[in-house]
Write a protein that binds this ligand. Structure first.
Ligand code: 13P
Ligand code: SF4
Length: 303
């Protein structure tokens, strides 16, 4: 059944000159069939430069939206249009305006995990793999970092010369990881290195040997001479980690962080969307024209 579905997906995407992009948190069978698998930054770059007629984005809505904004002439579809990131809208109404009024020299730095409307009010977007570099290189002293407080804190630590004003958004999946379970894992696996996504809370980052985006975690594990790791991020990365490193062991925390929205992407829905071309991302032109500015600025500054 699965093989038949996969076969049809491969045939149809060829026929329709479509490419399938998938985030590392999507189910393994989606990652297997995708043309490009990566973190948010990598996938945004692929979407921007693609000359396929159609992009099928297996991820959550801010990713599909960013692909559409970066390449507005393309048809961008999602297997499940309801796959959303709860953090994407965690900025209180009026907060950006209030901050702009308070600080003359303010840059609003917007994590890509945000709605298109929030991007429209921002100066530059960042992802977890380029946030430090971009913030460091901004001429502004005062930075309002939205929506994620944890990535914001991580950046503030790395760029102490800036005044980083934090917002109160967070990822409900990553903040679930507790200090106790990381310590318990360290006790059980004393030789393991702790690799952590910066969306985790500061107390987890303080217990970590390496902090980075999903792609950076995967890359670190591959390059490392160590053979055992404790992974503090969403469990979708397990597929790639084990595929790249058959002789290494990866332990996950007991709460087993799982992003239910990412898991809404299934092979059946992917096939259906290829057949019907439904679930197209539509964004009005005015929003596209505004939201593309911080996204393009990110691509420029991250070079
Ligand atoms: P990456 O920037 O590592 O792709 O992370 C995106 C995300 O949603 C993490 O929760
Ligand atoms: Fe959003 Fe967290 Fe899911 Fe990433 S893991 S998409 S930040 S809810």
């Amino acid at each position: 059944m699965k093989t038949q579905t996969e076969k049809k997906i491969r045939e149809l995407k060829k026929q329709k000159n479509a490419i399938i992009l998938a985030h590392y948190y999507t189910p393994s069978e989606i990652q297997e069939v995708a043309d490009y698998v990566g973190d948010s930054f990598y996938l945004a770059k692929i979407a921007k430069n693609s000359d396929a007629d159609m992009i099928i984005f297996c991820g959550v809505s801010f990713m599909g939206e960013s692909a559409k904004i970066l390449n507005p002439k393309k048809k961008v579809l999602m297997p499940d249009i309801s796959a959303d990131c709860p953090m994407a809208r965690m900025v209180k109404q009026g907060k950006i305006k209030e901050m702009r009024a308070k600080y003359e020299d303010l840059a609003v730095v917007c994590y890509i995990n945000s709605t298109a409307e929030l991007k429209c009010q921002s100066d530059v977007c960042v992802t977890s793999s380029n946030a430090v570099k971009i913030v460091k290189n901004l001429p502004n002293k005062n930075i309002f970092f939205i929506p994620d407080q944890n990535l914001g804190k991580f950046v503030a630590e790395k760029v102490p010369e800036k005044n980083i004003i934090l917002n109160d958004g967070y990822c409900p999946i990553h903040v679930r990881i507790s200090t106790e379970e990381v310590l318990e894992n360290k006790k059980l696996h004393p030789n393991a290195l702790v690799l952590t996504h910066p969306e985790c809370e500061e107390r987890i980052l303080n217990l970590s040997d390496f902090i980075g985006s999903t792609a950076e975690i995967i890359d670190y594990a591959k390059q490392s001479k160590n053979s055992e790791f404790i992974i503090c991020t969403e469990d979708g990365v397990k597929y790639q980690l084990e595929r790249d490193n058959p002789n290494k062991t990866f332990h996950f925390t007991q709460t087993r962080p799982c992003c239910v929205d990412m898991k809404l992407n299934t092979l059946e829905k992917l096939l259906k969307v290829l057949e019907t071309e439904e679930n197209e991302i539509k964004i009005n032109e005015e929003i596209i024209n505004k939201a593309i500015l911080p996204l393009d600025k990110m691509l420029e500054l991250a070079k």
